[in-house]
Ligand binder design. Structure first.
Ligand code: ATP
Ligand code: MG
Length: 569
């Protein structure tokens, strides 16, 4: 390819709205352009990277036994009603009507569609296991589309669905996909970590997210400093330290605490650690009002809470509701003598002795509050948010935290969709059984953005060879010198013949302009043909990732660079 004929649209200015570096650089390097919020066009360079990532994914899916298909983007509401998700998926679903007023949506994911396909095509155990996938546009009307390709409303996703006879089969498919994901992200040159995750709206039991470690990541993960436990904080657990102090239960007392309505204030006033206080929060949900109780230094994990009460929506109760239930303002509420609603108490609270809690009376708290004697849960559960410094649930070592970008997720769905939609097969004994499913997604654009987050410097992007828009750029310092132009052209032809993805910057621009563009776009290798090439038969080879520049004999340059590229693909 020749730069003179290629659409290179580099920009000097940083786009004003681009908050994260990948968004800035993908726009500046001329890879993407915004059409509207969360909706992007891919220019030739950007689309080439997308295709390379898609091809790596395709190779790994095929290697694992996947078969590629393509399903429609437009999905009829009836299937979503059958699965029960039409009413619960919420505002993220792009809904539309056809001319006959029939309801449709633009696919945010394809469980319903593929389960419908499979229930029609698969009848016997002989046809299982089956792995089907597609690489296609998905649509989600995100609340906050942002960060360029990271959280967009129209985006490319690879989604694979596995179909097995039983749970053991699913385990095999799941592990195959897990390994395929490791291969994909390794080949894309990413530093990543699989973590345990919450299964969210898709449902199912076991699930892992693949997190690319980056400070700009929207997700927070915790990981053990000793063993390989790692989890999204949405789901992370921590070890409960047993309370071994022999302190006797004291008599509960009412304490006048005027104006003390935060945990900090009351802990200081009473002279105890926040760990010895109790935090009580009321929520409204589709299952009624809920009272959630955690240790005072803790945050409530609303996702865990939601799962515990099996609700789909949860929001903080307003002051009026809190007052109706407790008789007090939220600043003075506690779990004592709360009646008629569900009270979910975090496990850790059971370890507290003689704790401080709100008295459900303006300007008053209780001291010496003890679980069991003074209040009771309707359910004891893990509803706390784990943080760095907590202890690993597996081995007890200290947990650290980091930020991550979720680039992929694998789920065990079980029979959630097959039972609702009636996707069954007949086993060896003639018995009809639901097909056991899994689903597995990778965001292609988000993977590209995540790669830029990890691979860039002040000059621009630093693509790993495997997903670079071109592997090598040849830069003749000036096209006005016929010998330079000729030698560069010959080198270009030699590299093409060797199967290298090469581009030549044959523009009549100053060398500096060409170098600046090359650094911004981030080609892994740059060969410069200049005066010395003509006088001394040498070229300069610069490696973008290290900045290292070496001189090569012209006669050996093509072979040397080809070998280098192939080794690093
Ligand atoms: P998130 O929690 O970030 O909203 P999700 O868990 O809803 O993502 P999945 O349903 O697991 O996403 O989708 C599979 C993959 O698709 C994700 O791992 C991610 O790489 C990609 N993806 C999801 N939503 C978006 C989006 N709005 N923009 C770009 N990529 C996305
Ligand atoms: Mg996900």
């Amino acid at each position: 390819m020749r730069v003179s004929q290629y659409m290179i649209s580099t920009l000097r200015e940083v786009p004003a709205e681009a908050e994260v570096v990948s968004h800035q650089l993908l726009v500046r390097a001329g890879m993407i352009r915004k059409l509207s919020a969360g909706v992007y066009s891919y220019l030739p360079l950007g689309w080439k990277v997308m295709q390379k990532i898609a091809n790596i994914i395709r190779e790994e899916m095929n290697q694992a036994g996947g078969q590629e298909i393509l399903m429609p983007i437009i999905q009829p509401a009836e299937l979503w009603q059958e699965s029960g998700r039409w009413s619960v998926y919420g505002d993220e679903l792009f809904r539309l009507k056809d001319r006959h007023q029939r309801d449709f949506c633009l696919g945010p994911t394809h469980e319903e569609i593929i389960t419908d396909l499979v229930r029609r095509e698969i009848t016997s155990y002989k046809q299982l296991p089956l792995l089907l996938y597609q690489i296609q546009c998905k649509f989600r009307d995100e609340r906050r589309p942002r960060f360029g390709l990271m959280r967009s409303r129209e985006f490319m996703m690879k989604d694979l669905y596995s179909f097995d006879r039983d749970e053991e089969g699913l385990d095999i498919s799941y592990n195959k996909m897990f390994q395929a994901y490791v291969n994909v992200f390794k080949r894309c040159g990413l530093s990543f970590r699989p973590v345990e995750a919450d299964s969210g709206a898709i449902g199912g039991s076991s699930t892992h997210e693949f997190m690319v470690l980056a400070n700009s990541g929207e997700a927070e993960i915790v990981y053990c400093s000793d063993c390989d436990y790692a989890a999204n904080v949405e789901r992370a657990e921590s070890l409960i330290r047993e309370n071994n102090d022999k302190e006797a239960e004291k008599e509960r007392e009412l304490l006048h605490t005027p104006g003390m309505h935060t945990i900090e204030q009351i802990a200081e006033f009473v002279g105890v650690n926040k760990e010895k206080t109790i935090k009580t929060i009321f929520y409204e949900s589709d299952k009624g009002v809920i009272c959630a109780v955690v240790r005072g230094d803790r945050e409530i994990n609303e996702i865990k809470l939601l799962n515990q009460i099996d609700a789909t929506e949860l929001k903080l109760a307003n002051d009026e509701t809190v007052k109706r239930i407790t008789g007090s303002d939220p600043g003075y509420v506690g779990p004592i003598e709360i009646k008629g609603i569900e009270i979910i108490v975090d496990e850790e609270v059971l370890q507290l002795k003689n704790a401080v809690a709100g008295a459900n009376k303006e300007d008053y708290h209780f001291i010496n509050v003890n679980y069991g004697r003074d209040f009771q849960a309707t359910k004891v559960a893990d509803i706390r948010t784990v943080k760095a410094g907590d202890f690993c649930p597996r081995c007890g070592a200290v947990l650290n935290s980091a930020r991550g970008i979720e680039v992929g997720q694998v789920f065990k769905l079980g029979i959630k969709y097959s039972s609702k939609l009636g996707a069954t097969y007949v086993d060896e004994n003639g018995q009809e059984k639901p097909i056991v499913m899994g689903c597995y997604g990778i965001g292609v654009g988000r993977t590209m953005a995540a790669s830029v987050e990890q691979n860039h410097d002040e000059k621009g992007i630093v693509w790993p060879v495997a997903i670079a828009p071109f592997e090598v750029i040849i830069v003749p310092a000036t096209m006005k010198d016929d010998r330079q132009a000729e030698i560069a052209e010959k080198l270009y032809q030699d590299l093409l013949k060797a199967g290298i993805d090469v581009i030549i910057d044959d523009r009549c621009e100053r060398a500096g302009v060409k170098f600046t563009d090359a650094d911004l776009i981030g080609y892994p290798y740059r060969i410069t043909v200049g005066k010395k090439t003509v006088s001394e038969n040498t070229v300069d080879l610069k490696t973008r990732s290290t900045g290292q520049e070496i001189t090569l004999q012209l006669s050996e340059a093509a072979e040397y660079v080809s070998r280098l590229v192939i080794e690093n693909r």
